[in-house]
Design a protein around this ligand. Structure first.
Ligand code: BG6
Length: 499
């Protein structure tokens, strides 16, 4: 291993970020650009050291070059300020070690001592199969302990691949770290527009009185992607939408839409309320899960004018794979606010547009006064919280069209993030990295939250497994999704919004 050349004097205020798996994509695409952006805005503690830990035979220089290129390629604010970037990279060092080798952790310990930093953030940016092993070695080296400062660990998703493995991983983490040292990442929570759900609901007086079963007919939460499985089939083919995004991102969006106002805005209070929502969701397992979910897989089609291949033809996908690339679910939150209001969730790959949104459909007026001339429909009021792209909030209304007849047409009132605040919202990783350095866990998921989300998801996974299908319903890439998902809605006399 090359010698670590320490530029800064000992400084107990400093922080070291130890990135396990620094040679992977995440460090280059998200972590380093996120750190750079925080550095640019003067938000990082000083000094900040980056210790990359991975198995490849890299030098400090090689790691710095790769991370530098990551910022050049994926940095949000261009042009990149070289002096800020160099400042960060001058304090970046590489430790070459396998994750099983205890002596690598001893080297890490020495490096931390040499740098004189007490406060350390461990970041698990490796394939999830390594998490437990790394945590165990951290524990064996007592690296999680620091009487004069803090030690924390960020755990990337996926957090387990089912309820059992999630519980087991949680047990292993808790054998070494206390819950308040553990930051479980769901990058959706770092999106500005996701946080805006709370600002919108609890920072305004006019919507909350309507935010219940009396005035809301149903909610539709959509996460549609144009991308296919890309190069990630090795992971994805064993995961499917249900593990990849339903268990985490979709359920997170649901909890934020449905939760009660916390008494205060802090990690405990917010997460307490979110857990209550998850606990109130009707149990869907067995027959109920089959009735209340729908899954499908894409076949070849056209997106943005280009032909794309079928899921089963993607590299590393089993030719007889029955992994779902689309799923829809109907859930009910059984509490006084929401009893009887369906929450429809859907997500899919290879859909015609990339869009994530929460649409709140309000109930219809009690009398249809305008009959045939109400072109806005019977229930024209939909509030759409657009998470991405075109971040913003739109309220659809019926308004009288000019003229001498009472003709009601649909119109919209719109808040656009870009128009109001200029530019695009910051990247989720910028915010979440900073929060983990500051010690604010509000936007990270807590142990019981993850467990509840898995409990719910497991019911669906088991029911699907028991069904033992040999083929899934299909949908052509670039279309609105499988037809079966429309029937799924039509049974309730409702329809999906267009993607
Ligand atoms: C990840 C999933 O968590 O989220 C991916 O593993 C998905 O499959 C991605 O594409 C979507 O994130 P975003 O921020 O692009 O909506």
């Amino acid at each position: 291993m090359p010698e670590i050349d320490v530029k800064n004097e000992r400084c107990s205020e400093g922080v070291a970020i130890v990135i396990f798996g620094v040679t992977g994509d995440l460090a280059r695409r998200k972590l380093m650009p996120g750190l750079y952006e925080n550095a640019r805005l003067g938000r990082l503690p000083e000094p900040l050291y980056i210790l990359g830990f991975a198995r490849r035979s890299w030098s400090h220089e090689k790691m710095r070059d790769v991370l530098r290129q990551g910022v050049m390629d994926y940095g949000r604010t261009k042009p990149i300020d070289e002096s800020i970037l160099n400042g960060l990279l001058d304090n970046a060092f590489y430790i070459e070690s396998t994750f099983q080798d205890q002596s690598g952790y001893a080297t890490l310990n020495q490096a931390l001592n040499k740098l004189g930093v007490e406060n350390t953030l461990f970041y698990l940016s490796t394939p999830p199969g390594w998490y437990a092993e790394i945590v165990e070695h951290i524990g064996q080296s007592d690296l999680e302990k620091c009487p004069q400062g803090w030690r924390r660990i960020v755990v990337e998703k996926p957090f387990g691949r089912d309820l059992e493995s999630a519980l087991s991983l949680d047990g292993k983490l808790h054998a070494v770290f206390d819950e308040d040292q553990i930051y479980r990442m769901d990058h959706y929570l770092g999106k500005e527009t996701v946080q805006n759900i709370l600002a919108f609901r609890f920072g305004n007086g006019i919507f909350e009185p309507l935010w219940n079963r009396k005035y809301i007919d149903h909610l539709q939460i959509t996460m549609a992607e144009t991308e296919g499985v890309g190069t990630r089939a090795g992971y994805y083919d064993k995961a499917g939408v249900v593990r990849d995004v339903f268990q985490n991102h979709l359920l997170q969006l649901l909890t934020l839409s449905a939760m009660e106002a916390p008494a205060v805005f802090n990690a405990k209070a917010v997460r307490d309320e979110k857990v209550k929502v998850l606990k109130s969701i009707n149990d869907i397992s067995g027959e109920k899960a089959i009735k209340n979910t729908f899954r499908a897989q894409y076949v070849s089609g056209t997106i943005d004018g280009s032909r794309v291949s079928s899921y089963r033809d993607e590299p590393d996908v089993a030719p007889d794979s029955i992994t779902e690339t689309y799923m829809a679910a109907r859930l009910f939150v059984n509490n006084w606010r929401w009893a009887g209001v369906p929450f429809y969730l859907r997500s899919g790959k290879r859909l015609p547009n990339r869009v994530t949104e929460i649409a709140i459909q309000f109930t219809q007026v009690p009398l249809a006064l305008f009959g045939q001339r109400n072109l806005a429909g019977e229930a024209p009021n939909v509030l759409v919280i657009r998470i991405q792209p075109d971040e913003g909030i739109t309220l659809f209304l019926g308004a009288k069209a000019p003229g001498n007849v009472m003709r009601i047409e649909p119109v919209r009132m719109r808040f656009s993030y870009a128009e109001a605040f200029g530019g695009h919202p910051p990247e989720a990783y910028e915010r979440l990295l900073l929060d983990s350095l500051i010690g604010d866990a509000t936007l990270f998921t807590r142990s019981d939250e993850v467990e509840e989300a898995w409990r719910l998801t497991q019911g669906i996974i088991d029911a699907w497994d028991e069904q033992g299908l040999k083929n899934l319903p299909i949908y052509e890439a670039g279309t609105q999704g499988p037809h079966g998902a429309d029937f799924f809605m039509q049974n309730d006399n409702r329809a999906w919004r267009r993607i």
